[in-house]
Design a protein around this ligand. Structure first.
Ligand SMILES: Cc1cc2nc3c(=O)[nH]c(=O)nc-3n(C[C@H](O)[C@H](O)[C@H](O)COP(=O)(O)O)c2cc1C
Length: 196
């Protein structure tokens, strides 16, 4: 493949990828496990400082999703406090059950602590983008959510995470029924500056 067509193909995949929310996922739609595995393998090719490879992905599917959504909804009920709403509680369960696979996105901090936390988080985010692009290129989709119990310290042990690690959210994956419209992007001129 020539360099030009490689760039064109990559640009197409990058620009076409959309966050596909649960309402736009086919109920009962299944992604083959091999596709998820391939997307996770591509995720692990992301750049990372100091070769720490700080990403860790926990894949829930089938009964695993039911277990996860039950855990999440119960913890939210116990600790949601003033922000608790019955609708959110019900949605938390229903949304997860529409997914074919749910990936818990984790940052496992390198024990040496030599790399600043922000860089470890950044490396995980680049890995997630590799995952999302691969999923889209394979004809599937989903979205990254930081809702639910993502930021509850008390949720960490469920995912085997320690105090220095972070749960960074969940990637709900499934079979899109439609391509959502692209949210507008500001022109690159507004979002960059050149110094010559
Ligand atoms: C770190 C991160 C967290 C996100 N969390 C949520 C979320 O909790 N709920 C949600 O609806 N979308 C979430 N999104 C998806 C954004 O809403 C979505 O990327 C944005 O609307 C742009 O749409 P696009 O991805 O189709 O370009 C998140 C995206 C990122 C990168």
């Amino acid at each position: 493949m020539s360099d030009n067509s490689k760039t064109a193909l990559l640009s197409q995949v990058i620009r076409e990828r959309r966050s596909v929310k649960p309402a736009s996922l086919e109920p009962g739609g299944i992604i083959p496990d091999e596709i998820i595995l391939h997307a996770l393998e591509n995720a692990t090719w992301a750049p990372n400082h100091g070769k720490t490879e700080p990403w860790y992905f926990i894949v829930y599917t089938g009964e695993g999703i039911r277990h996860l959504s039950e855990f999440q909804a119960q913890l939210y009920k116990q600790q949601g406090g003033e922000k608790f709403t019955e609708a959110k509680y019900t949605n938390l369960k229903a949304n997860y059950l529409r997914a074919s696979h749910v990936i818990a996105i984790c940052m496992k901090r390198d024990p040496s602590g030599k790399i600043p936390e922000v860089e470890e988080v950044a490396a995980v985010a680049t890995a997630v983008q590799n995952f999302a692009l691969t999923l889209h290129a394979a004809g599937y989709g989903g979205y990254w959510t930081t809702g639910g119990v993502t930021y509850y310290e008390s949720a960490k042990p469920f995912f085997g995470l320690g105090a220095s690690d972070k749960l960074m959210g969940f990637y709900l994956c499934g079979v899109p029924v439609a391509q959502p419209p692209a949210p507008p992007r500001k022109p690159v001129e507004v979002k960059s500056a050149w110094v010559r």
